[in-house]
Design a protein around this ligand. Structure first.
Ligand code: UD1
Ligand code: UDP
Length: 360
């Protein structure tokens, strides 16, 4: 079995790391293609260093661009590599343009496609990620669904049950493998003069939220008002898309917010683990907050992670300022007594077991 692991953005690097680790452990024939969708040090390289990942054999360096340009460049670049390397199977993770292009390139070459984190649905086609997920799932041969909910979504779309495997989400594997290490290594709390449980952690980067001046402004103000009501500071590591928009829309940054560049994974999971409340529109943060026992307020109208809401770890707050503030008030008084529904930390082991069975 020759496996090609495709990745290109921050969350893909983090969530594929345990899969790569498992392939290495088994001395399986594999190589990585990095599309270069993310390329800034703090969105890319830092994770390879911290997670001690091997160098990708190929980096396509596609960079940023419109959806069509970016997806097209990735498709072309990956096709050329796959023709040269002829792996038996490619693995893609999640819902980015990298995933759509990777899955499509492989499917057209009749190379097997395994989709890690298959079957998530927000049922909102205005999200570019929703389009990517649906298309990637429908050209995949093996669908690694994190939960029964995601498996159900796939069955409802007519995907054969024999191709769907509920494995848990590799985000749990990654956290389990790195939390204790980060506790030891990271000095982020001391550096920012933060008390454990004494701050609100926020992130925002969804295209439909932060490319919209009114929405971005409402979300910022809602985080600031929530932190002020709780008498705590807010910490906001800013995604580059958001940083660019804050500048071009001339959005004033509230005084009780510490705004900074994105931080590495070791610092970030420490910030998350010890936050009093997480406020976000990120997919990965909804999951990580749930795993870490930290209440989460999702500043969106829909979520493809409803399991986190169902267990009481997360609330869908919408994107209007007052609605977010009200949801945060409710969430911050809830006890954190849920059981994480996202897996047991062995998703990557199951995924590679299944691959080895199908591609001998
Ligand atoms: C992408 C994914 C999104 C995922 C997010 C994770 C798609 C359609 N979107 O969104 O699903 O949640 O990654 O973070 O695939 N930029 C930099 N440096 C970088 C990368 C981006 O400065 O390393 C800036 C550029 O100005 C770029 C903008 O961020 O135009 C957006 O980057 P892009 O990769 O297109 O989308 P993301 O918003 O990062
Ligand atoms: N993350 C990080 N540093 C940051 C912000 C996030 O390491 O400053 C990590 C976080 O722990 C999670 C992932 O990045 O694993 C989430 O990525 P993002 O929110 O960009 O994408 P999404 O999950 O929404 O696709």
């Amino acid at each position: 079995m020759k496996t090609c692991v495709i990745l290109g953005t921050r969350p893909e690097i983090i969530k594929m790391a345990p899969v790569v680790r498992e392939l290495e452990k088994r001395k399986a024939d594999h190589f990585m293609i990095h599309t270069g969708q993310h390329y800034s040090y703090e969105m890319d390289r830092v994770f390879f260093e911290e997670l001690a990942l091997p160098e990708p054999r190929y980096n396509l360096n596609v960079g940023s661009g419109s959806h069509g340009t970016q997806t097209g460049s990735i498709l072309q670049g990956i096709e050329a590599v796959l023709i040269r390397e002829r792996p038996d199977v490619v693995l893609v993770q999640g819902d980015t343009n990298t995933v759509l292009a990777g899955a499509l390139a492989a499917a057209k070459l009749e190379i097997g496609v395994g989709h890690v984190e298959a079957g998530l649905r927000s049922f909102d086609r205005k999200m570019p990620e929703e389009v990517n997920r649906i298309l990637a799932d429908h050209v995949s041969d093996l669908l690694f669904a994190p939960t029964e909910v995601s498996k159900e979504n796939l069955l409802k779309e007519g995907i054969g049950e024999e191709r769907i495997f509920v494995t848990g989400n590799t985000v749990v594997d990654s956290l389990r493998q790195n939390l204790a290490i980060s506790e030891e290594r990271s000095k982020v709390l001391e550096g920012l003069h933060l008390e454990k449980g004494g701050y609100v952690l926020a992130t925002m980067h969804r295209q439909e939220n932060v490319d919209e001046p009114k929405r971005l402004g409402s979300m910022m103000t809602a985080v600031s008002r929530t932190a002020a009501r709780m008498g705590l500071p807010a910490i906001l590591p800013l995604h580059p898309r958001t940083r660019k928009n804050v500048t071009s829309f001339k959005i004033a940054l509230p005084e009780n917010m510490t705004v900074m560049d994105p931080v590495g994974y070791m610092d970030f999971i420490q910030l998350e683990a010890h936050a009093r409340l997480v406020m976000t529109d990120s997919g990965g943060l909804q999951e990580e907050a749930c795993i870490l026992g930290v209440p989460c307020v999702t500043m969106r109208d829909s979520t493809e992670r409803p399991e986190t809401v169902d267990v009481g770890a997360n609330v869908l707050a919408g994107v209007e300022e007052d609605g977010i503030v009200a949801a945060a008030k409710e969430m911050s008084s809830r006890p954190a007594d849920w059981t994480c529904p996202l897996g047991d930390g062995l998703a990557s082991v199951r995924i590679i077991d299944i691959l080895e069975k199908y591609y001998k």
